[in-house]
Design a protein around this ligand. Structure first.
Ligand code: ZLV
Ligand code: CA
Ligand code: ZN
Length: 332
């Protein structure tokens, strides 16, 4: 196995994973649109990529970050009849309702989703691959005890916990236009995991956290970094700030690995983000990250203009593979 994967970029995919993600109410069919575009650009038949089928996460893996109470609740709701309007206060207490309605087979979804990033993290930890892509992961808002902001479980935190057993210091970069609050909260006391989120910070914009003076706590003070941005931020501002901050962090922190959440909701025409980033701008950030030449896990995240999100992740895949996208645009 390891010889086959050596020097290859792993692309995490399974039919189950896409089927589950396609059912998410805020992102209906987005996973299929993304995967179809990546596949139809022939990116998965490049010689330096290997498609890896992930395994489901175990209950212990889910509980390595989430509370037993929360995971046990998800398990008990696995066969919940979603056609009935019987949400209880208990569900709302765990964030299930509003942004995170109870979905069919919610526990199966959670183990499949977390399994995808756990499998990715294990490939990196075992040094089988230096770069892994999981466009179906990246759910940065889920908290230890609750769902939040369309995120039911935090695959990112669990992946970083696994990687941190093998890499002494890790940088988490969050390019999604929302603040990566769930990941930040998980590691705000740690000096080994530096979290760096770029996000829109304006009145009423979810989750309303991530001010510049939010810098971590106790041993973790200065290892939480937040870059709040104004509504409507454009490429020039975003990329200039990114380049300056990322260079400074790479030079000073001496990380051994990176985890990058590549949410596409900062793109122009995104209905939630309402900002003005382009593929070129986010691509420049990814190229800068690639130049650091560290073992890296690339994850998805937000992105509510589905065709544009698919364009972004297909383009980022081509940058990671160091191949040009064909001028023949796939029908998909
Ligand atoms: O892209 O919501 O503003 C990663 C990610 O970062 C809120 N939620 C919550 C807080 C109080 N509100 C009200 C709840 C609203 C529930 C329904 C919507 C319905 C239709 C269209 C848009 C929304 C919506 N919800 C827009 N923004 C929200 C945020 C959550 C944003 C999550 C971003 C997730 C995947
Ligand atoms: Ca962010
Ligand atoms: Zn977002």
């Amino acid at each position: 196995m390891s010889e086959i994967l050596k020097n290859k970029i792993a692309y995490i995919y399974s039919d189950d994973l896409v089927t589950h993600c396609d059912k998410l109410p805020a992102m209906k069919n987005r996973a299929s649109i993304v995967h179809d575009l990546v596949r139809n650009y022939n990116l998965l038949s490049q010689e330096n990529i290997v498609v890896v089928k992930p395994r489901d996460a175990t209950e212990d893996e889910l509980k390595s970050f989430h509370s037993s109470d929360y995971i046990d609740l998800l398990k008990s709701l696995n066969s919940f009849d979603t056609s009935l309007d019987n949400i209880e206060d208990n569900h709302l207490e765990f964030g299930l309702g509003y942004d995170n309605v109870i979905i069919e087979n919610v526990f199966d979804f959670a183990s499949c989703l977390v399994g995808s990033s756990v499998s990715a993290a294990r490939l990196l930890a075992a040094k089988k691959c230096k770069t892994v892509i999981n466009w179906f992961g990246g759910w940065h808002h889920a908290q230890r005890d609750s769902a939040a902001g369309f995120c039911y479980v935090n695959d990112i935190v669990i992946a970083i916990q696994i990687m941190s057993k093998f890499f002494d210091k890790i940088i988490y970069v969050d390019l999604d236009i929302h603040h990566g609050d769930g990941v930040q909260n998980a590691f705000e006391y740690s000096s080994k995991i530096l979290t760096l989120s770029f996000h829109k910070y304006s009145q009423g914009f979810f989750p309303n956290t991530g001010n510049i003076d939010d810098i971590g706590q106790s041993q973790g003070k200065y290892y939480t970094m937040n870059i709040p941005l104004k509504d409507g931020v454009c490429d020039k501002t975003y990329v200039d700030i990114f380049n300056e901050v990322f260079s400074m962090v790479i030079e000073n922190f001496k990380a051994e690995a990176l985890v990058v959440q590549c949410g596409g909701d900062g793109l122009i025409e995104d209905p939630l983000g309402q900002c003005n980033l382009t593929l070129k701008g986010l691509g420049e950030c990814i190229n800068k990250i690639l130049k650091s030449d560290l073992p890296t896990l690339f994850l998805g995240g937000g992105g509510y203009n589905f065709p544009n999100t698919a364009r972004l992740w297909a383009y980022l895949t081509s940058l990671i593979l160091k191949t040009d996208l064909s001028n023949d645009i796939p029908d998909t």
